[in-house]
Design a binder for this molecule. Structure first.
Ligand SMILES: Cc1cc2nc3c(=O)[nH]c(=O)nc-3n(C[C@H](O)[C@H](O)[C@H](O)COP(=O)(O)O)c2cc1C
Length: 369
């Protein structure tokens, strides 16, 4: 329920306005250098309150490593990580504590548990994703050090705006993780107008992994693409996941979709790096659709816990586009799934070694998700 992965098992805990959130990462191999500073960059990338385009809640998100690390190295024992909540403003939620926000998890939690923590959305808040990003730091590190795998992502759409060009170097230079620097002023104006209107908008995140060797993923029920889809769908507000060409495959011919192989490399990557649920050695390509934020100050018809019809207005601090902060979360989930699959592959097939012929990921061309 609150645990992700099979050999690398991540369990998160905590609520948006509780004293702290945390996770336990179990099954991590020993000997990985790990310090609190390693988490800072990715947690900062996910954090709120850093730009006017995200929620104004300002958490420090300082990681405490409680266990599993000795003299700077992982020991193979459970790694417990903790982040204290320091900027919760529960009074903002008093007005909607007895109401169900349309589009949010309030009604479903109420029906399931018969009780809910309404403060900041409780457990259904994306505050929980802080710990996914923290666990993902460990996975990214292991994947890079052990296999040369690099996981990265960018925002690929806000509303109906799409990048006109693609430059990885631009992505970290703007608050939108946007790969086209020239378009940033347009996005700023769009988001400013959206915020003023009180409405929200959806977004799409592209996330890719380079350097994944062939062989990761388990047929039939442990497929890599199935694992990635489940990992992404577990993120709050995700409504769709595509691997490779995804739904565009519906309109394609087989002669166009299949990726030709040459000794110099694959000639295309419509499959998104997964064949038969197993990595092909190509770039793993995933695209994730985020719905628009449901907590709006624009009134909407809803019900309260007594079944009375009420006009629901949500004030407080909210993201006008949840997808803006989602890039590091998608990266973390892809890294966790890949590391788990890598460990599972090592467990079963570690003795197989490299099998000939091994085809390079690409014979050239665009490799940018
Ligand atoms: C990074 C991120 C930030 C989010 N911020 C908000 C927010 O400020 N307000 C809100 O109502 N929902 C926000 N959400 C979405 C809710 O957490 C989500 O809609 C809710 O838990 C219901 O789950 P569902 O949308 O998956 O059905 C955010 C989601 C993500 C991924």
């Amino acid at each position: 329920m609150n645990t992700f992965g099979q050999l690398l098992r991540v369990t998160t805990f905590g609520e948006s306005h509780g004293p702290a959130i945390g996770c336990v990462v179990d099954g991590c191999p020993p000997g990985i250098p790990l310090a609190p500073e390693d988490f800072a960059r990715d947690l900062e990338r996910r954090a709120t309150g850093r730009t006017r385009h995200t929620s104004a809640r300002r958490e420090e998100d300082a990681i405490e490593i409680l266990s599993g690390v000795y003299e700077g190295l992982t020991t193979g024992t459970p790694i417990a990580l903790l982040v204290r909540n320091t900027d919760a403003r529960s009074r903002d939620y008093a007005a909607i504590a007895g109401q169900f926000r349309p589009g949010h998890a309030d009604y479903a939690y109420w029906q399931k548990y018969g009780i809910r923590d309404p403060r900041g959305g409780g457990r259904s808040s994306a505050r929980e994703t802080t710990m996914r990003v923290a666990a993902g730091v460990i996975a990214k590190k292991w994947l890079a050090d052990r296999h040369g795998v690099r996981v990265r992502g960018h925002l690929a759409q806000i509303g109906d705006i799409m990048p006109r060009s693609h430059d990885w170097d631009a992505v970290e230079g703007n608050p939108f993780f946007w790969p086209d620097a020239a378009q940033v002023p347009e996005l700023e104006a769009y988001m400013d107008a959206l915020r003023k209107s009180g409405d929200s908008v959806g977004a799409r995140v592209a996330v890719v992994a380079d350097g994944v060797p062939p062989g990761w993923g388990e047929p039939v029920y442990g497929k890599l693409d199935a694992g990635i889809a489940a990992a992404m769908m577990s993120i709050n507000a995700v409504k769709g996941v595509e691997i490779g060409d995804g739904f565009a495959s519906v309109a394609q011919r087989g002669s166009a979709h299949r990726d030709p192989m040459t000794p110099a490399g694959f000639l295309s990557n419509h499959a998104g790096g997964v064949l038969g649920g197993i990595s092909s050695g190509q770039q793993v390509v995933c695209s994730v659709a985020f719905k628009p934020t449901s907590s709006l100050r624009l009134p909407v018809a809803g019900l309260d816990v007594d079944g009375q019809v009420v006009d629901i207005v949500t004030t407080g601090r909210h993201d006008p586009c949840v997808g803006i902060r989602a890039t590091p979360i998608c990266e973390a989930m892809l890294a966790l799934e890949l590391m788990d699959q890598a460990l599972r592959h090592r467990a079963q097939c570690g003795d197989v070694g490299e099998v000939a012929p091994r085809i390079p990921a690409s014979a050239g061309g665009r490799d940018d998700g």
